[in-house]
Ligand binder design. Structure first.
Ligand code: ITT
Length: 196
Protein backbone atom coordinates (compact mmCIF):
# COMPACT_ATOMS: atom_id res chain seq x y z
CA UNK A 1 0.00 0.00 0.00
CA UNK A 2 1.15 3.48 -0.83
CA UNK A 3 0.69 6.59 1.29
CA UNK A 4 1.68 9.87 -0.34
CA UNK A 5 2.90 12.67 1.90
CA UNK A 6 1.49 15.74 0.15
CA UNK A 7 4.59 17.91 0.46
CA UNK A 8 7.92 18.78 -1.12
CA UNK A 9 9.31 19.94 2.23
CA UNK A 10 12.16 17.51 2.99
CA UNK A 11 12.26 18.38 6.71
CA UNK A 12 8.62 17.48 7.18
CA UNK A 13 8.96 14.36 5.07
CA UNK A 14 11.88 13.07 7.14
CA UNK A 15 10.03 13.59 10.44
CA UNK A 16 6.83 11.96 9.17
CA UNK A 17 8.72 9.00 7.69
CA UNK A 18 10.46 8.39 11.01
CA UNK A 19 7.22 8.28 12.98
CA UNK A 20 5.39 6.02 10.52
CA UNK A 21 8.33 3.80 9.63
CA UNK A 22 7.13 0.61 11.32
CA UNK A 23 3.78 0.59 9.52
CA UNK A 24 3.20 -1.58 6.45
CA UNK A 25 2.91 1.26 3.94
CA UNK A 26 5.28 2.54 1.32
CA UNK A 27 5.73 6.25 1.96
CA UNK A 28 6.27 8.59 -0.97
CA UNK A 29 6.17 12.35 -1.31
CA UNK A 30 5.38 14.63 -4.23
CA UNK A 31 8.96 14.49 -5.51
CA UNK A 32 8.40 10.79 -6.32
CA UNK A 33 5.84 11.73 -8.97
CA UNK A 34 6.07 13.71 -12.19
CA UNK A 35 4.88 17.29 -12.37
CA UNK A 36 1.47 17.78 -10.80
CA UNK A 37 -0.47 21.06 -10.60
CA UNK A 38 0.43 23.41 -7.73
CA UNK A 39 -1.89 23.10 -4.78
CA UNK A 40 -3.44 26.41 -3.86
CA UNK A 41 -3.04 27.02 -0.12
CA UNK A 42 -5.63 29.75 0.12
CA UNK A 43 -7.50 28.51 3.19
CA UNK A 44 -7.93 30.62 6.31
CA UNK A 45 -6.85 27.98 8.82
CA UNK A 46 -4.33 25.16 9.17
CA UNK A 47 -7.34 22.81 8.95
CA UNK A 48 -8.52 24.24 5.63
CA UNK A 49 -5.08 24.03 4.06
CA UNK A 50 -4.28 20.56 5.36
CA UNK A 51 -7.58 19.26 3.98
CA UNK A 52 -7.04 20.98 0.63
CA UNK A 53 -3.56 19.52 0.23
CA UNK A 54 -4.58 15.99 1.26
CA UNK A 55 -7.79 15.77 -0.77
CA UNK A 56 -6.30 17.35 -3.89
CA UNK A 57 -3.27 15.05 -3.82
CA UNK A 58 -5.37 11.92 -3.22
CA UNK A 59 -7.66 12.84 -6.10
CA UNK A 60 -4.91 13.74 -8.57
CA UNK A 61 -2.59 10.81 -7.80
CA UNK A 62 -5.20 8.17 -6.94
CA UNK A 63 -3.53 7.13 -3.64
CA UNK A 64 -4.36 7.89 -0.01
CA UNK A 65 -2.56 11.11 0.94
CA UNK A 66 -1.39 12.64 4.21
CA UNK A 67 -0.89 16.41 4.38
CA UNK A 68 0.65 18.52 7.12
CA UNK A 69 -0.19 22.19 7.43
CA UNK A 70 1.74 23.86 10.16
CA UNK A 71 3.28 27.10 11.31
CA UNK A 72 4.60 29.27 14.07
CA UNK A 73 2.14 31.37 16.06
CA UNK A 74 3.86 34.26 17.88
CA UNK A 75 1.96 35.99 20.70
CA UNK A 76 3.62 39.42 20.39
CA UNK A 77 2.81 39.42 16.66
CA UNK A 78 -0.89 38.65 17.20
CA UNK A 79 -0.41 35.11 15.95
CA UNK A 80 1.71 35.85 12.91
CA UNK A 81 3.24 34.34 10.83
CA UNK A 82 0.74 31.50 11.50
CA UNK A 83 -0.64 29.95 8.31
CA UNK A 84 1.74 32.18 6.33
CA UNK A 85 4.88 30.81 8.03
CA UNK A 86 6.32 29.21 4.87
CA UNK A 87 6.34 32.48 2.96
CA UNK A 88 6.91 34.97 5.80
CA UNK A 89 9.31 37.64 4.51
CA UNK A 90 8.77 36.63 0.88
CA UNK A 91 9.02 33.45 -1.16
CA UNK A 92 12.62 33.95 -2.31
CA UNK A 93 14.44 34.01 1.05
CA UNK A 94 16.10 31.20 3.01
CA UNK A 95 14.91 29.68 6.28
CA UNK A 96 17.86 31.37 7.99
CA UNK A 97 16.78 34.77 6.65
CA UNK A 98 13.22 34.11 7.82
CA UNK A 99 14.53 33.42 11.33
CA UNK A 100 16.52 36.68 11.23
CA UNK A 101 13.45 38.60 10.12
CA UNK A 102 11.45 37.17 13.00
CA UNK A 103 14.18 38.10 15.51
CA UNK A 104 14.28 41.64 14.10
CA UNK A 105 10.50 41.98 14.44
CA UNK A 106 10.70 40.82 18.04
CA UNK A 107 13.62 43.03 19.00
CA UNK A 108 12.99 44.42 22.45
CA UNK A 109 9.77 42.44 22.89
CA UNK A 110 9.38 41.18 26.46
CA UNK A 111 6.72 38.63 25.56
CA UNK A 112 8.52 35.94 23.53
CA UNK A 113 5.87 33.24 23.81
CA UNK A 114 5.19 31.22 20.68
CA UNK A 115 3.68 27.92 19.65
CA UNK A 116 4.11 25.60 16.72
CA UNK A 117 0.81 24.22 15.46
CA UNK A 118 0.21 21.33 13.10
CA UNK A 119 -2.87 19.87 11.47
CA UNK A 120 -2.57 16.55 9.68
CA UNK A 121 -5.24 15.57 7.19
CA UNK A 122 -5.46 12.10 5.65
CA UNK A 123 -7.66 11.72 2.59
CA UNK A 124 -8.60 8.92 0.21
CA UNK A 125 -9.30 9.45 -3.52
CA UNK A 126 -13.04 8.97 -3.03
CA UNK A 127 -13.31 11.99 -0.77
CA UNK A 128 -13.51 11.65 3.02
CA UNK A 129 -10.70 12.80 5.27
CA UNK A 130 -9.54 12.42 8.87
CA UNK A 131 -7.97 15.25 10.86
CA UNK A 132 -5.40 15.26 13.68
CA UNK A 133 -3.87 18.17 15.56
CA UNK A 134 -0.82 18.93 17.63
CA UNK A 135 0.63 21.98 19.37
CA UNK A 136 3.91 22.71 21.10
CA UNK A 137 4.56 25.76 23.25
CA UNK A 138 7.87 27.52 23.56
CA UNK A 139 9.62 30.85 23.19
CA UNK A 140 11.42 32.77 20.49
CA UNK A 141 15.13 32.72 21.33
CA UNK A 142 17.27 35.88 21.34
CA UNK A 143 19.50 34.49 18.58
CA UNK A 144 19.55 31.41 16.32
CA UNK A 145 21.14 28.28 17.78
CA UNK A 146 21.63 24.81 16.30
CA UNK A 147 21.66 23.25 12.83
CA UNK A 148 19.15 20.37 13.00
CA UNK A 149 15.58 20.38 11.71
CA UNK A 150 14.25 23.05 9.35
CA UNK A 151 12.30 26.29 9.18
CA UNK A 152 12.16 28.16 12.49
CA UNK A 153 13.82 25.41 14.55
CA UNK A 154 16.97 27.51 15.28
CA UNK A 155 14.89 30.24 16.96
CA UNK A 156 12.27 28.06 18.69
CA UNK A 157 13.46 27.60 22.27
CA UNK A 158 11.79 24.72 24.10
CA UNK A 159 12.02 25.35 27.87
CA UNK A 160 11.45 21.73 29.07
CA UNK A 161 14.63 20.69 27.29
CA UNK A 162 16.51 23.98 27.69
CA UNK A 163 17.40 24.03 23.98
CA UNK A 164 16.17 25.22 20.64
CA UNK A 165 14.51 22.63 18.39
CA UNK A 166 17.53 22.90 16.09
CA UNK A 167 19.66 21.37 18.87
CA UNK A 168 17.43 18.32 19.26
CA UNK A 169 17.86 15.07 17.34
CA UNK A 170 15.00 14.16 15.04
CA UNK A 171 13.87 11.54 17.52
CA UNK A 172 13.90 14.03 20.42
CA UNK A 173 11.99 16.61 18.41
CA UNK A 174 9.39 14.07 17.26
CA UNK A 175 8.69 13.12 20.86
CA UNK A 176 7.55 16.63 21.81
CA UNK A 177 6.78 18.60 18.66
CA UNK A 178 3.44 19.72 17.25
CA UNK A 179 3.93 17.32 14.31
CA UNK A 180 5.02 14.47 16.57
CA UNK A 181 1.93 14.86 18.75
CA UNK A 182 -0.46 14.93 15.78
CA UNK A 183 1.25 11.89 14.29
CA UNK A 184 1.08 9.95 17.56
CA UNK A 185 -2.69 10.08 17.17
CA UNK A 186 -2.37 9.00 13.56
CA UNK A 187 -0.32 6.02 14.79
CA UNK A 188 -3.01 5.04 17.26
CA UNK A 189 -5.60 4.93 14.48
CA UNK A 190 -3.41 3.50 11.77
CA UNK A 191 -5.15 0.13 11.72
CA UNK A 192 -8.41 1.86 10.97
CA UNK A 193 -6.72 4.09 8.39
CA UNK A 194 -5.20 1.06 6.62
CA UNK A 195 -8.64 -0.52 6.24
CA UNK A 196 -10.03 2.56 4.58
P1 ITT B 1 4.10 21.89 2.09
O1 ITT B 1 2.93 22.82 2.08
O2 ITT B 1 4.55 21.46 0.73
O3 ITT B 1 3.91 20.74 3.01
P2 ITT B 1 5.44 24.09 3.37
O4 ITT B 1 6.80 24.27 3.93
O5 ITT B 1 4.93 25.15 2.43
O6 ITT B 1 5.38 22.66 2.69
P3 ITT B 1 3.36 24.81 5.26
O7 ITT B 1 2.57 25.59 4.26
O8 ITT B 1 2.62 23.90 6.19
O9 ITT B 1 4.43 23.88 4.54
O10 ITT B 1 4.25 25.81 6.07
C1 ITT B 1 4.83 25.41 7.25
C2 ITT B 1 5.97 26.35 7.59
O11 ITT B 1 5.97 26.54 9.01
C3 ITT B 1 7.30 25.70 7.24
O12 ITT B 1 7.73 26.05 5.94
C4 ITT B 1 8.20 26.25 8.34
O13 ITT B 1 8.66 27.53 7.99
C5 ITT B 1 7.25 26.37 9.53
N1 ITT B 1 7.30 25.13 10.34
C6 ITT B 1 6.33 24.18 10.44
N2 ITT B 1 6.73 23.17 11.21
C7 ITT B 1 7.97 23.47 11.61
C8 ITT B 1 8.92 22.80 12.39
O14 ITT B 1 8.69 21.60 12.91
N3 ITT B 1 10.10 23.40 12.60
C9 ITT B 1 10.36 24.60 12.06
N4 ITT B 1 9.54 25.28 11.28
C10 ITT B 1 8.34 24.72 11.05
Amino acid sequence: RILVIATRNQGKTAEIRDILRDFPVEIKNLDDFGPIPEIEEDGETFDDNAYKKASFTARVLGFPALADDSGLVVAALDGRPGIHSARYGGAGITDRERCEKLLAELEGAANRKAAFECVISIAVPSGPALTYEGRCEGEIARSPDGVNGFGYDPVFYYPPMGKTFARLTREEKNRVSHRGKALMEVREEFDKILKW
